[in-house]
Design a protein around this ligand. Structure first.
Ligand code: MV4
Length: 448
């Protein structure tokens, strides 16, 4: 096992990794920008090193600074958290070349899933159901018109280098395919330096269901069920839950087994998420994320596992600590993302936190790097806390969420807390009856 791990991240996720390290008897090294000298992850880690100025490109994204920090501190492994360098295949290659261990999958698997056409072809070949569409890239307008006509409108044009909602264009009718294709290509070229696009049938009212998978890198893998992440605004998730309100045990077992088998055949190592659109009882693969996700705690809650501990174990060459037979969801968990943003426009609202009080009690977990007197810097993501609640069933989890929200105090900065109070009053949310479009429709209504 590693003696010392460097955490190439900040905020609540850096703290999450520090906690796993401490429980495993591993020393933790925090790195930080000058803007984060007083951050909680710096205080909580065993050691800390400043790696650069506030802009992430010069600190949390600086590969030379992070590799140097490992050499200075003697850290043997790097946990990337999410975002920043977590899905950067070139970074992982450099880490490997320095005889350090990246806590995550191989650079090859990251690169494969980063290219969305390759990801889709790979998954299709492994028996994972995909959205009907072009087989591979679409080279020119002629081909785009032909394929779109064949699939039937509406269609969506996506950049192979995109993902997470970046670089997509909808064509509702044949009259819109030329502009959608051309715009998608030129925007993809400008944004990613890669103009290649592919075309899919557009699904009009799906849920976003993602399957948590875990591989040991030696051909063994398990799934840990699904999360319904449909409640989002501008591709930023707002609330996630597990089990998905629309997914029954038989459906979970069927899609879970397909995902675990695919990941096993790939020889994938570590945590991964296979994203699907789910409509009319069918799953359609869209992307795979090769990292630990923000919303991993809902899976930890219902499956009773420590996913970060498991990531560290697998990276150290140890086997998975559980078999598929030992894994099953118990009860229900919900996470809400609390951002330092002003409603109704979600404008970032950094500044000094005067008072901070985290909720507690049965079934409540709050992952946050906030403290009273902390100054939220303006340079990074506005996520300041994740509240995760669990109950014996969904109604109990919802009641607990309402109770925990009542206990939270965040004074000094505005936050998205009032949004969750509003959501809990909505019958659709109480019933679990929502798609990927529900929240934006709700927020678009006058009065919200
Ligand atoms: C789609 C789609 C409808 N049909 N693909 C957006 C994020 C990226 N991961 C894939 N996305 C979508 N792909 C087809 N064929 C609708 C979306 C989409 C979406 C997906 C998941 C969660 C939120 C979303 C919001 C808008 C659009």
């Amino acid at each position: 096992m590693f003696r010392k791990i460097l955490i190439a991240n900040r905020g609540e996720i850096a703290l999450r990794v520090v906690r796993a390290c401490r429980e495993m008897g591993i020393r933790s090294v925090a790195v930080h920008s000058t803007a984060d000298a007083d951050a909680m992850h710096v205080r909580m880690a065993d050691e800390a090193l400043c790696i650069g100025p506030p802009p992430a490109t010069d600190s949390y994204l600086s590969i030379p600074a992070i590799i140097s920090a490992c050499e200075i501190t003697g850290a043997e492994a790097i946990h990337p958290g999410y975002g920043f360098l977590s899905e950067n295949a070139s970074f992982v290659r450099i880490v490997e070349d320095h005889a350090l261990t990246f806590i995550g999958p191989s650079s090859e698997h990251i690169r494969m899933m980063g290219d969305k056409i390759t990801a889709k072809e790979t998954m299709r070949a492994l028996g994972v159901p995909c959205v009907p569409g072009s087989d591979g890239g679409v080279a020119d307008l002629e081909a785009a018109r032909g394929i779109a006509a064949e699939i039937g409108y509406p269609v969506i044009v996506k950049a192979t280098a995109g993902g997470g909602g970046r670089g997509m264009k909808l064509a509702r009718t044949a009259g819109e395919i030329d502009i959608a294709f051309q715009t998608a290509r030129s925007e993809a070229k400008a944004a990613f330096g890669n103009a290649e696009v592919y075309i899919e049938k557009y699904l009009g009212r799906p849920r976003h269901i993602e399957i948590q998978v875990f591989g040991d890198g030696k051909g063994n893998a398990v799934h840990l069920g699904e999360r319904d992440c449909s409640l989002q605004r501008r591709h930023q998730k707002v609330l996630e839950e597990s089990p998905g309100p629309a997914i029954d045990a038989a459906t979970r077992a069927r899609i879970g087994a397909i995902c675990a088998e695919a990941v096993a055949k790939l020889g994938y190592a570590g945590a991964g998420t296979i994203e699907f659109l789910y409509e009319d009882g069918e799953f359609y693969f869209i992307e795979m994320n090769t990292r630990l996700q923000v919303e991993h705690p809902v899976t930890e809650a219902v499956y009773g596992v420590d996913l970060v501990r498991e990531q560290i174990r697998v990276a150290a060459g140890l086997p998975l600590s559980f078999t598929q037979d030992e894994l099953g969801p118990q009860g229900h968990a919900i996470e809400v993302r609390i951002n330092a943003e002003r409603l109704p426009n979600f404008a970032p609202c950094p500044g000094k936190v005067k008072t901070f009080h985290a909720p507690g009690g049965l079934g409540v977990r709050m992952d946050s790097a906030l403290y009273g007197g902390y100054v939220i810097p303006p340079y990074y993501d506005s996520l300041i806390a994740k509240l995760i609640v669990q109950g014996r069933d969904r109604p109990e989890a919802l009641a607990r969420l309402r109770r925990a929200l009542d206990e939270i105090i965040i004074d000094g900065v505005e936050s998205t807390l009032p949004l969750f109070e509003m959501l809990l009053d909505e019958p659709d949310i109480q019933r679990g009856d929502y798609t990927i479009h529900w929240l934006e429709r709700f927020l678009g209504q006058p009065g919200h």
